[in-house]
Write a protein that binds this ligand. Structure first.
Ligand code: 2HG
Ligand code: ZN
Length: 456
């Protein structure tokens, strides 16, 4: 027989201490709504374990009570996977915040799941190394959440996404079993790669509690160019020139005039150029020695460049990046956006961008779509504002358009609750069935993140 709610909360208090079981609505509230204010639901309670052993005991207690669980890191997710749909026990991992010393010979480090990206970066840099993934939410996003979503960000071009950085994990299964694989061997062909299966599983298969992460060389000399171009096709010509001529290229990002307007009024930034342009590209090169000359040479020979400004000092670099990185906050300040994080082959990018306004207008005439994102991967963040009560219709129309352009409905934010109904646009019935069988094998009672990823 299932325990009563009272029994479970008492058991959880016995595991983590009374101060770390939040039942009161006011205390739960910050955990119950996502950063965009788009997803919200009440948790049965919030539990804050402080160690892997406590996570395992919490999960065992929930499993015995038949209580569903949702796991949360820094609550910076954008697809509703880290907030409750209603009634789950919310397991917050922010107290798992220990970092081990950097292993400089292996260029690896073991950290707990609740460590923020910013802290991981600082820790690696103190040891003369760096972490290969970087993204705008670095001050809050946590390692566990970044593994669960297989986060991407602005350096995928150089180092790949989160999965590529993870050499091993420690994780708790739905019955409380702890899997530990933190040895970090460079080559290990001993069967199924459970680590990489958990990367991108969005909390549906296990709870990641620690990770062994690869580190990359620290490249302190940077040069950033903000480039005005005529439109998406010209941006792709610039990307091709940058890829061919700049071996130190570490980021290539794109945004458009509507996004620039929002960012300028939100962040009080001046117009970057005398004349408005059709699109804007941020290029960054990172190296041991100043890469500015090679950036300037590439820009001076590329016909796609209409205007450009280059910075190599810290303040200038931050200023140029802020035109791109402030998009998320500027858009949220203007309303609650429907966020569609998609990826198409680069050859389809221009057509997708051109067709978006009419596709959105056909189902939500008042809506406006603000595209921006990671040019190198063809990964656009389509943020749609003013959808009114038509968010679902907009999502459907845009994701079908993306699929028609041979794209994927999620590029780096995950599927979550937001896009689970549309998973069949990106995965075959056979693939979805295989995923269901994996889920059923590892979480037969369906307690971990119900409603996330797999369509209902
Ligand atoms: C980024 O690239 C993030 O800045 C957030 O992935 C994207 O806000 C978004 O839609
Ligand atoms: Zn992104």
């Amino acid at each position: 027989m299932n325990s009563t709610p009272r029994d479970l909360e008492d058991e959880l208090r016995a595991v983590v201490g009374p101060a770390h079981v939040l039942v009161d609505g006011d205390l739960r509230a910050p955990y119950e709504t996502d950063w965009t204010r788009r997803f919200t639901g009440s948790a049965r309670c919030v539990v804050r374990p402080g160690s892997t052993g406590e996570v395992a005991a919490v999960i065992r207690a929930c499993a015995a009570a038949g209580a569903p669980i949702v796991v949360q890191g820094g609550n910076t997710g954008l697809v509703g996977a880290g907030v409750p749909a209603g009634g789950e026990v919310l397991v917050s991992l922010t107290r798992l915040s220990r970092v081990e010393p950097v292993d400089a010979v292996e260029a690896q480090v073991t950290v707990e799941a609740g460590v923020t990206l910013e802290r991981l970066q600082a820790h690696a840099r103190e040891a003369g190394l760096d972490f290969g993934v970087d993204l705008a939410a670095r001050s809050s996003a946590t390692v566990g959440g970044m593994i669960a979503t297989n986060a991407g960000g602005i350096r995928v071009l150089r180092h790949g996404s989160m999965r590529a950085q993870v050499a091993g994990v420690e994780a708790v299964l739905a019955d409380g079993t702890v899997l530990s694989r933190l040895g970090g061997l460079a080559k290990d062909n001993t069967g199924y790669d459970l680590t990489h299966l958990l990367a991108g599983s969005e909390g549906t298969l296990a709870v990641v509690t620690r990770a062994r992460l690869r580190l990359v060389p620290l490249l302190p000399a940077r040069a950033v160019a903000l480039v005005a171009v005529a439109g998406t096709d010209a941006a792709l010509d610039l990307l091709a020139a940058a890829r061919a001529q700049l071996p130190t290229l570490s980021a290539a990002e794109i945004f458009y005039p509507d996004g620039l307007d929002l960012v300028r009024s939100y962040a009080k930034l001046p117009a970057p150029f005398g004349e408005p342009a059709g699109a804007y590209v941020v290029l960054e090169c990172s190296a041991r020695t100043d890469p500015t000359d090679s950036v300037l040479e590439m820009l001076s020979t590329c016909d796609a460049v209409v205007d450009a400004t280059v910075a190599a000092d810290r303040a200038g670099i931050e200023r140029l990046w802020s035109y791109r990185e402030a998009h998320t906050e500027a858009i949220s300040a203007a309303g609650v956006p429907t966020k569609l994080d998609v990826c198409v082959p680069l050859g389809e990018l221009s057509a997708l961008v051109a067709e978006l306004p009419a596709t959105v207008a056909a189902v939500a005439p008042a809506a406006r779509v603000i595209p921006f994102g990671h040019l190198n991967e063809g990964n656009l963040h389509l943020n749609v504002l003013d959808t009114g009560d038509r968010a679902e219709e907009v999502t459907d129309a845009v994701l079908r358009l993306v699929a028609a352009h041979r794209g994927t409905i999620s590029s780096e934010h995950g599927v979550g609750r937001a896009k689970a109904p549309w998973l069949p646009l990106s995965r075959t019935p056979e693939e979805i069935e295989a995923m269901r069988r994996i889920k059923a094998a590892l979480d037969p009672a369906g307690l971990l993140s119900p409603g996330v990823l797999l369509p209902g």
